[in-house]
Every structure is written in C-alpha cells, then in structure tokens.
Design a protein. Sequence first.
Length: 65
Amino acid sequence: MEQQIADSNTSLEKTQDLLNTLRDQNISVIPLGGQDVSLHSYAKAYWNKQEEKVFIDAQGLPEPP
C-alpha cells in the first residue's frame, strides 16, 4: 500500500509538472490538421521558443500501419 501511495504521488508530481509546462506563458500552441491520408486526424504542438523545446500531443492521430 505504501508503494502504491508513493507511485501515485510521483505520478501526480509528473502530471503537475507537465501542466505547468503547457500553461507557461512562453508556450505557443500550434494545431496540426489532418492530411489527405486521414482528414479527421489532428495533433497539437506546444512550442517553447525560449527553451527550444517542442511537445507533441498526438492523441488525435490514427494507429500507425
């Protein structure tokens, strides 16, 4: 049980760090639309120009072949 609590706390901290990163005022959100192969697909890029980092949310992409 103690290990589960520790794992949950670690997971919570990682989630909070990610949210803080995405909510940073220096983040630009760039929507990426589908292409001819899959018109309904989508993704988002979160770009921090100052830190030269990009995070990709690929939730809306289809399964790879």
